[in-house]
Design a binder for this molecule. Structure first.
Ligand code: CU
Length: 500
């Protein structure tokens, strides 16, 4: 019952060079000091359909954010007339957005009122191993009715997210995820109208029942199950009311358990990408599309343009993530853009951004070869994903020393792409010559396309522990594609439990 929306986007062409010059002149003439780009340019209530509820900070200390999270089954409305009993944090999909400043201490009092054990993993955050939320590696599962307090200092600005690491494909697929925005008060992008957009999907029947997480059996696991309802901030095809030409900043999170998104704003409309997984990139760069594998994020500036009173679409185009991922399918409509009657905005052109970043010194880095594999068990003829032909339940960790730099050459021998996520550390992606891809970007999740090789460089810092890495197509992780880096602890301390 995947919904398809027809018709071309009616977003108009991008501004022309002439218009850019004119608008710069107009802006210079009309904008007072200090007002440049810092005031909302959008109609009142423009984002009412999409504004995320935020976690309530109950700590008066301005540098401490203390919140209560309860995982529970709750009825949510995905679209008018489509309600489902989902798995939620505090009763909503996505869960409440956490908003902190870089350097703040975050305390989360987590209560698990789900029928199964759970945890919270803080995706992309460089925090101590004991806060990483992975049973068998960093904490015990939080049993139904029990609590756990997460408490850590947030080290890096950027857009992150959180989700469980128990029965991951099922629990994320049922609705357990939320955005985690870490702001840098010194940052000067200067776009007042910003949104956090959590992209996801969910698999429900027409009468609002969750489909079982093992739908499709082994074939479902091999492919990676996608939900039949695509959601943006927990809604199917929400609406944004915008003034044509007015700049917006979107922080995008792909929280889907398998699905890739290839975002498209219509012909002539570009995304100015200013940040990725781990904060701002080295410099901004314009893209016609933004492709996000499961777990990846992007920070983009956009200026949707169209006729006042008209409408357009944010779409997700087809992306080939391997065998069977395109055939017979169509684009997905994500957000309806309704252009207000206000005359088009003619202000400053979009700002460009930059960040001082140093590429890693790679001389002397330890070379690690990893192959992402699919193998058949000779004993029972079942299939499992693995790393170097070993599923996680038999895996031995990579060893690493504190401060060690490693270059991973990751070859995907399977017919499906794998967005590979490393817990706890950022890495830089390298090009074919072994140099860092420019603009530099701190990544924690990178797409390893099917039958391709990707190299990346990571420096392990002073946080010992056993840090997992895995495919963020969570069916693939549950199906074996997960292993670990053991940082500065003796190998015999490594434990490997079935539930992760
Ligand atoms: Cu995968």
């Amino acid at each position: 019952m995947r919904r398809r929306c027809h018709g071309e986007s009616r977003l108009g062409p991008a501004w022309t060079t002439v218009r850019a010059v004119l608008t710069a002149l107009v802006a210079a003439a009309t904008m007072g000091p200090g007002a440049a780009g810092a005031q909302s340019l959008q109609p009142a209530g423009w984002d009412a359909d999409l504004r995320l509820a935020e976690a309530v900070d109950r700590n008066p200390d301005p540098d401490v954010v203390e919140v209560d999270f309860e995982a529970r089954v709750a009825k949510v409305e995905l679209a008018p007339g489509l309600q489902v009993d989902a798995w939620t944090y505090n009763g909503t999909i996505p869960g409440p957005m956490i908003r902190v400043k870089v350097g703040d201490r975050l305390i989360v009092h987590f209560t698990n009122n789900l029928p199964r054990p759970s945890t919270i993993h803080w995706h992309g955050l460089r925090i101590p191993i004991g806060m990483d939320g992975v049973p068998g590696y960093s904490q015990d599962p939080v049993q139904p009715g029990e609590t756990f307090t997460y408490d850590f200092v947030v080290p890096d600005a950027g857009i992150y997210w959180y989700h469980p690491h128990v029965m991951s494909a099922a629990q994320v697929g049922f609705g357990l995820y939320g955005a985690f925005l870490v702001e840098d008060p010194a940052e000067t992008v200067g776009i007042a109208d910003d949104l956090v957009l959590v992209l996801s999907d969910i698999d429900v029947t027409e009468d609002g029942k969750l489909l079982p997480a093992d739908t499709g059996g082994t074939v479902g696991m091999l492919f990676g199950r996608e939900g039949n309802q695509v959601l943006v901030n927990g809604r199917r095809l929400p609406e944004l009311v915008v003034r044509s030409g007015a700049p917006q900043r979107w922080r995008l999170v792909n929280a889907a358990k398998s699905r890739y998104f290839k975002l498209d704003l219509g012909e002539g409309n570009v995304f100015r990408k200013i940040g990725g997984d781990g904060g701002l990139t080295e410099y901004s760069e314009d893209h016609d599309f933004i492709v996000l594998g499961a777990g990846e994020r992007a920070d983009v500036l956009v200026t949707p343009t169209g006729d006042p009173g008209g409408e357009g679409l944010v779409r997700s185009l087809l992306h080939d993530r391997g065998y069977g991922s395109i055939f017979g399918r169509d684009f997905e409509s994500l957000v309806t853009i309704r252009f207000a009657d206000d005359p088009p905005y003619e202000g400053d052109p979009l700002p460009r951004t930059s960040r001082a970043m140093e590429p890693y010194e790679l001389d002397g880095a330890t070379e690690i070869d990893l192959e992402l594999t699919l193998q058949e068990d000779p004993h029972d003829q079942t299939f499992a994903y693995g790393i170097n032909h070993v599923p996680f339940w038999k895996a031995q960790p990579i060893l690493a020393g504190l401060g060690e730099t490693q270059v991973w050459t990751v070859t995907n021998s399977t017919a499906w792409s794998h967005p590979l996520h490393l817990h706890g550390f950022f890495f830089m992606v390298l090009d074919d010559a072994g140099d860092p891809v420019r603009p530099l970007e701190w990544k924690d999740t990178v797409d390893i396309p099917h039958e391709r090789t990707v190299r990346l460089a990571v420096r392990f810092d002073e946080r010992p522990g056993t840090w997992i890495f895995h495919c963020h197509i969570l069916d693939h992780a549950d199906g074996g594609l997960l292993s670990a880096v053991h940082l500065d602890l003796p190998p015999e301390d490594f434990r490997n439990l079935a539930e992760h």
